[in-house]
Design a protein around this ligand. Structure first.
Ligand SMILES: Cc1cc2nc3c(=O)[nH]c(=O)nc-3n(C[C@H](O)[C@H](O)[C@H](O)COP(=O)(O)O)c2cc1C
Length: 452
């Protein structure tokens, strides 16, 4: 069993199989990661398949928390961040589909999720709304809830029969047994969410492509929602019915579901007629990931921007560490704040994160060589550098400016992390600055009569 912490001491059980484009599978209510076994067997030759037990489920921790869609969605994002997954297609089943939709709508701020696949999801609604004839009637829902409250074990085991359409009884029973790992009081808390879900007004706000796959024989989540979704003609949404599959289509028809996921995650944008094959997928990939041409043009454009140069520092125990950084700027005057942007691969980043502070040594025009030295990897960058410890941070002697900060936020920004620092000390000298422009160090010269 492999576990990852998603914060507040909560550890989730997860499994990774295969390599390639990443699929992250969120099971439905009470199911564990094993429900995806057959789909993973189909896809792990071409994809990195990450399965996990959500909080309260299977072998994951079961804290006494709220089990709201937002709490579960926050776990998904934390899991993605801790495992450093990018370009993720999130696959959510049933209530896990509602979590998935909430995740891309409200929590995907760093854009790591670039596709959403919903398998027999509890969206747009689960319970029948007043103005439609689709969905589980509220009386039927209340009956299921009462059954779960009164006889948890019988209800879970009994539901296994209705869950699948083709799957044999032994397999269905084995999977249902795993569902019983969930403590009943937490399960009920999570299950009650189903009564309040209504995403109808939010569907057009989804910015990643969505695949909906629904077992035509589903007896739990009304498959007529698939038709309703199709009629909406939402750009970037495609809807597929899987014949001969029930609510648990990933166990009834794993090969068919795998085929749909393979097509959905394929980058090939066109079929032989030149028409888009997967609606919207290519479009969004272009938006979410810079293609090579754009990346090269962007790097060139940034080389043309003149930047300051500083060495950002932090202590590594008793050892000073520093990194040359041009991506820093003042952020706020009241309170005084700065931001620096650090590459995820930077050795300084964990020191800043763990120590909760960083120093900015703003370099002067005679520090070009120093800037070059601190732009290398290694633990000996301070070997010939004169420095002292101030505010528990390494301060380089002779730097043009000095700003000491405590970290008040870390924000994901693609392959970098932005550290927000609240200033605790600042000093400057009248030294010509070191600048970086066109891949060369230089300095600034004021134009005549330009002082403002
Ligand atoms: C002029 C210049 C500017 C740089 N700016 C940044 C920057 O803003 N952020 C960053 O993470 N790395 C920046 N780098 C690259 C790092 O200095 C370099 O990757 C370094 O080896 C990282 O060291 P570390 O792993 O010890 O942190 C810059 C390098 C140069 C030469």
């Amino acid at each position: 069993m492999t576990k990852v912490s998603v914060g507040e001491g909560v550890r989730l059980n997860y499994r990774v199989a295969g390599s390639g484009r990443t699929l992250l599978f969120h099971p439905g209510f009470a199911n564990t990661l094993d429900v995806w076994n057959w789909v993973v067997a189909e896809l792990s030759a071409t994809h990195r398949c990450v399965t996990f037990d959500p909080r309260g489920h299977g072998a994951s921790d079961a804290p006494d928390s709220d089990y709201t869609l937002d709490e579960m969605a926050a776990d998904v994002i934390a899991l993605i961040e801790r495992l450093d997954l990018t370009d993720v297609t999130l696959v959510g089943h049933s209530l896990g589909g509602a979590v998935g939709l909430r995740t891309v709508l409200e929590h995907n701020t760093a854009g790591r999720i670039t596709g959403l696949a919903l398998v027999a999801p509890a969206v747009p609604c689960f319970v029948r709304p007043d103005d439609l004839e689709i969905g589980t009637p509220i009386d039927a829902f209340d009956g299921v809830l009462a059954g779960l409250s009164g006889s948890w074990v019988e209800s879970i085991l009994g539901a296994a029969g209705a869950f699948y359409h083709r799957t044999d009884a032994a397999t269905a029973g084995w999977l249902a047994g795993k569902s019983l790992e969930m403590p009943a009081h937490l399960g009920l808390r999570y299950f009650r969410q189903l009564a309040t879900i209504d995403f109808r007004a939010r569907l057009a706000d989804v910015t990643v492509p969505v695949l909906v796959a629904w077992g035509a024989q589903d007896q739990m989540a009304d498959p007529r929602w698939a038709g309703w979704l199709r009629e909406r003609n939402l750009p970037r949404w495609s809807v597929e019915l899987i014949e001969d599959a029930g609510h648990g289509a990933m166990v009834d028809q794993p090969a068919r579901l795998a085929e749909l996921l393979r097509g959905f995650t394929a980058t090939a944008p066109e079929d032989s007629s030149g028409q888009p094959r997967q609606q919207g997928r290519r479009e969004v990939i272009a938006g979410a990931r810079l293609d090579e041409e754009l990346r090269a043009a962007f790097i060139e454009a940034m080389a043309g921007v003149c930047t300051p140069v500083s060495v950002v520092t932090a202590m590594d125990g008793d050892r000073p560490h520093g990194t040359t950084v041009s991506a820093f700027t003042s952020l706020s005057v009241s309170p005084p704040m700065v931001l620096v942007s650090l590459d995820r691969k930077s050795d300084l980043l964990p020191l800043v994160r763990d120590g909760g502070r960083f120093g900015l040594n703003v370099l002067g025009s005679d520090h070009a060589q120093l800037a070059g030295n601190f732009a290398r990897k290694g633990k000996e960058k301070f070997a010939d550098v004169s420095w002292r410890r101030e505010h528990d941070l390494p301060r380089i002697a002779g730097a043009a400016g000095w700003v000491a900060c405590t970290v008040t936020g870390l924000v994901d920004g693609g392959d970098h992390v932005i550290a927000l620092g609240t200033v605790v000390a600042a000093e400057t000298t009248a030294t010509q600055p070191l600048t970086y422009h066109g891949r060369a160090f230089g300095t600034h010269r004021a134009l005549d009569g330009s002082r403002i």
